[in-house]
Design a protein around this ligand. Structure first.
Ligand SMILES: [Cu+2]
Length: 139
């Protein structure tokens, strides 16, 4: 093999990112749960480490909750709007106000620059947010 070809081969191999296996999931609520607003979400990851956004470090990232959105393809940036919530401080729980109705809620893990790790690092659950009983708080 010519020295140049060997150099290219080495460069290609060392650029190849380490593969991570693991998963993310909502510790709460459970899939198909019936809840009332505000809804508390717990976010879990196995196989990577939660780190605040900013520096890009292999094997780390932060959570996003996508409201009525499916998983974001690997390599795409998670946009920032009312339907794409970023937990760039490394938070692992949040409480979100949701109007009554049926929802699809996606938990998406992404790197320090908000670049998605793809559907392998996401979970989508269905939720039914019920209207509060008339008369307000009953507890
Ligand atoms: Cu983000």
């Amino acid at each position: 093999m010519k020295p140049f070809a060997l150099l290219v081969l080495v460069a290609v191999i060392s650029c190849k990112k380490k593969e991570y296996t693991g998963k993310v999931w909502f510790s709460e609520p459970s899939d198909k749960a019936e809840v009332t607003s505000p809804v508390k979400f717990g976010m879990q990851v196995e196989g990577m480490t939660v780190k605040p956004a900013g520096a890009i470090e292999e094997g780390t990232g932060h959570f996003h909750i996508l409201i009525n959105k499916e998983a974001i393809a690997a390599g795409q940036v998670v946009i920032n709007d009312e339907f794409h919530k970023h937990y760039g401080k490394g938070q692992t729980e949040d409480t979100i106000d949701l109007k009554p109705g049926d929802y699809r809620i996606t938990l998406q893990f992404a790197d320090g620059a908000h670049v998605s790790y793809g559907s392998a690092w996401s979970q989508t659950i269905s939720l039914k947010v019920k209207a509060k009983a008339a008369g307000g708080e009953e507890e």
